[in-house]
Design a protein around this ligand. Structure first.
Ligand code: NAD
Ligand code: DAU
Length: 338
């Protein structure tokens, strides 16, 4: 029997990489991609598979029960990537985050329960644990989300768990660290800095530039999600991390090195409010089950930088012609960059 899965948010960064991987690696699977096409959702991210007969795109909102019901018809499993995802935007206004990252999850879980899905993967984030000075968070650590994005994701995460604990909806939850790779919207650190540097524009580094993130290549993340979809245990949480902790200034210097651009492009600007200092995950639980990251950070970052160099036709229309991006950039960086 054909396996048909619902992927939500499949036109975003990680979702599009995941859809492409599933179609390539599971030849007998079909994928229904439900995406609202917010500013971050781009049809061109999946242009290469748009005509695949095993792929169907549905434009719609995960907050709409009717839309979700239609899209879920005939599916045995769902992976929920759909979310508002950018911390800085959640600091400018949190309403959309609560709507999609919490209410949207509720709608999906209700429909999953109604149709009797065999698997529901909720994509959560390491941000739900908050900041840690030393050591690493395990799946047993207390949740301490400290910005509106993180809090809304923690709400979705725990709601998904509650639907397993209460109704036995077969939920599995993943919490990944910072992803990097192709097709990441150029508001996030790496694609923003690469594309700014390519045009000799300033790189707005927040605060002292010494906040730490643990970087995970998107292909390794997608492999982990597929692994958990097939082998994860119901009601369980799995941390996913690359094991590549770096200060933001190190990332910035490496981007400049690969591009052959000068350090004078770096501008230390006013910090993000409530900026979490360090994220760190212990991903031992998933590693013991057999998943491990394959992409070395040095190679992955260099390839990623080159991807943006070679795909200017992908990012230039966003940065130059998308009024939404330009308004956001002005609001976020106008005063900071002066
Ligand atoms: P993204 O912003 O690139 O893409 C989000 C996608 O969701 C877009 O295609 C958008 O159109 C869609 N979407 C938003 N609201 C929707 C709605 N109401 N209904 C239907 N579709 C909607 O995000 P991403 O970076 O690919 O992140 C995907 C998921 O992974 C998110 O749940 C995020 O919280 C999680 N995550 C991301 C990272 C990371 O580093 N990027 C790390 C850990 C977890
Ligand atoms: O940790 C997982 C999370 O990673 C995901 O859940 C989020 O969806 C994703 O957006 C990402 O959140 P971050 O806030 O860590 O990512 P961002 O790329 O926005 O920032 C990475 C670091 O770089 C952070 O310490 C802030 C800093 N930064 C970011 C931008 C955009 C800057 O110094 N300057 C910038 O202009």
């Amino acid at each position: 029997m054909t396996t048909r899965i619902l992927v939500t948010g499949g036109c975003g960064f990680i979702g599009s990489n995941f859809v492409r991987m599933v179609l390539a690696e599971r030849p007998d699977w079909e994928v229904v991609n439900l995406d609202k096409l917010t500013y971050a959702g781009r049809l061109e991210n999946l242009a290469d598979v748009a005509r695949d007969p095993r792929y169907r795109f549905v434009r719609g909102d995960i907050c709409s029960p009717e839309t979700v019901r239609d899209a879920m018809t005939g599916c045995t499993a769902a992976v929920n990537f759909a979310a508002e995802t950018h911390v800085d935007r959640s600091l400018l206004g949190a309403a959309h985050f609560i709507e999609t990252d919490m209410k949207g999850v509720l709608v999906l879980l209700e429909e999953a329960r109604r149709v009797g899905l065999q698997r529901f993967v909720q994509i959560s984030t390491d941000e739900v644990y908050g900041s840690i000075a030393q050591g690493s968070f395990t799946e047993e650590s207390v949740l301490n989300p400290r910005n509106p994005y993180a809090a809304s994701k923690a709400g979705g995460d725990r709601l998904a768990f509650a639907y397993w604990a209460t109704y036995k909806v077969p939920v599995v939850i993943t919490r990944a660290s910072n992803n990097y790779g192709p097709f990441q919207y150029p508001e996030k650190l790496i694609p923003l800095f690469v594309t700014n540097a390519l045009r000799d524009e300033s790189l707005p580094l927040y605060g002292d530039g010494r906040n730490v993130r643990d970087w995970l290549h998107v292909a390794d993340h997608c492999r982990a999600v597929l692994f958990v979809l097939e082998h994860g245990a119901e009601g369980e949480v799995y941390n996913i991390a690359g094991g590549n902790e770096r200060e933001n200034i190190e990332i910035t210097n490496e981007v400049l090195r690969v591009l052959g651009k000068p350090a004078s492009l770096i501008r230390k600007v006013e910090d993000r409010v409530g900026h979490d200092r360090r994220y760190s995950l212990d991903a031992g639980k998933l590693r013991r089950l057999g998943w491990e990251p394959r992409v070395s950070f040095e190679r992955g970052l260099e390839e990623t930088v080159r991807w943006y160099v070679e795909h200017e036709a992908w990012w230039r229309p966003i940065k130059d012609h998308d009024g939404e991006f330009r308004r956001y950039y002005q609001e976020q960086y106008g005063a900071r960059l002066g």
